[in-house]
Ligand binder design. Structure first.
Ligand code: MG
Length: 383
């Protein structure tokens, strides 16, 4: 039996809403390439990101909690997959372009350096004279310059829609145009995901108690919703049920709000989405409840003494490595030595460090600064 793949255009014409971004309207790529026989442009972008070294390294990068704290909590990679999962659910329900959504979700945290926001703040300080450092901009540097996968061009040569979606994370407060709905969905899914999983991870690590969480309106409401279905749950059962409820409730609320705003604004094309008000938003009540939870997470979790202590040592090592590479760029791999010659040693060292996993920082520190690491082989661009 011969199988003829359904054309991407036919598939999207049948499935996508008029306000979704169709592959056929893509503005293309920086370096023009022929179309693929059966994969659409955003599907290819998604695949290129999944096959990149930067994506694989997310598995050994801190989301909030470093790896030495345990094995239960999220890494940057599992967070990314959770975001993609929630975003695709929302995107499918709203008949948006799931391929574009998935590519945007998988790229959204690609630029995070080792050790999470603490690592980012340190690099921003170290690169202050060079224009600073932000993970959102770094994701674009990775996919446009730093990943080397093709002989014809640097980077992954992603579509303008994926690059533009990531760019809106940088221009967030200054842009006069709204991003595509696919971009808005990923942003909302990021917030739903981290609010929920950071609380879960903090509970597991003993940094927060269930009682503290139930004192927030978000968790109290979610527990009431669970209680309407099931009674007499043990604490660990209640915790699981509430976590599930939190995601389901937030996604349901987001869908209802978005559908109402799509109706009210009458958007009927990706172009009209850019001119309309922001569409994919939570209800005011839920947004307020989320903000209260975020305050608790900021004050009690992200700055918890245990978390800070683990970060402190890591950051000292990153700083030492940065200074050493700037002084002696030849200690970096060939790609980054070349970048040092082109862009100056500080930016090249920043790019090199930002790409490292948490454990690679420790390995490099041992190699360059301690006698125990003296026998370690120098890294290559393939590692
Ligand atoms: Mg994220």
């Amino acid at each position: 039996m011969e199988i003829t793949p359904v054309s991407i255009d036919a598939r999207e014409r049948a499935l996508l809403a008029p306000y979704a971004m169709p592959s056929a309207q893509s503005a293309g790529r920086e370096h023009p390439e022929p179309e693929h026989p059966y994969r659409g442009p955003f599907q290819r972008d998604r695949d290129r990101i999944v096959h990149s070294a930067a994506y694989r390294r997310l598995s050994a990068k801190t989301q909030v909690f470093t790896g030495d704290l345990g094995d239960y909590h999220r890494t940057r990679l599992t967070h990314t997959i959770e975001v993609a999962s929630v975003a695709r659910t929302v995107g499918r329900a709203l008949a948006l372009n799931e391929d574009l959504i998935e590519a945007l979700a998988l790229i959204h945290d690609l630029g995070h350096p080792p050790f999470g926001h603490a690592g980012e703040e340190l690099l921003d300080e170290l690169l202050a004279d060079e224009g600073g450092f932000s993970h959102n901009a770094q994701a674009l540097r990775i996919v446009r310059e730093l990943e080397i996968r093709y002989p014809e061009f640097p980077g992954l040569n992603l579509t303008y829609e994926v690059l533009g979606g990531q760019q809106t994370r940088i221009d967030h407060d200054t842009s006069t145009e709204r991003p595509l709905l696919e971009v808005q969905v990923v942003e909302a899914a990021d917030s739903i995901t981290y609010d929920t999983h950071d609380a879960d991870d903090a509970l597991e690590l003993g940094l927060l108690t269930l009682d503290e969480l139930f004192a927030t309106p978000l968790w109290a409401d979610a527990a009431r919703r669970v209680g309407r279905r099931t009674a007499n749950l043990k604490p660990h059962e209640l915790r699981r049920a509430v976590l599930h409820e939190l995601i389901d409730w937030q996604v349901g609320d987001l869908l209802a709000q978005s559908a109402a705003r799509i109706q009210a604004t009458g958007v009927d094309s990706p172009q009209s989405v850019r001119r309309a008000d922001w569409i994919v938003v939570a209800s005011a009540d839920l947004a307020a409840a989320k903000r209260e939870l975020e305050v608790l997470l900021r004050t009690r979790v992200y700055r918890h003494a245990t978390v800070l202590a683990h970060r402190g040592e890591a950051l000292d090592r990153m700083r030492a490595l940065f200074e050493r590479y700037v002084e002696r760029p030849e200690l970096m791999t060939e790609n980054f030595r070349r970048r040092a010659a082109q862009l100056g040693a500080p930016r090249a060292a920043g790019d090199y460090l930002a790409g490292m996993t948490d454990r690679f920082v420790y390995r490099e520190f041992a190699r360059l600064f301690s006698s125990s690491g003296a026998g370690l082989a120098p890294p290559t661009d393939e590692t």
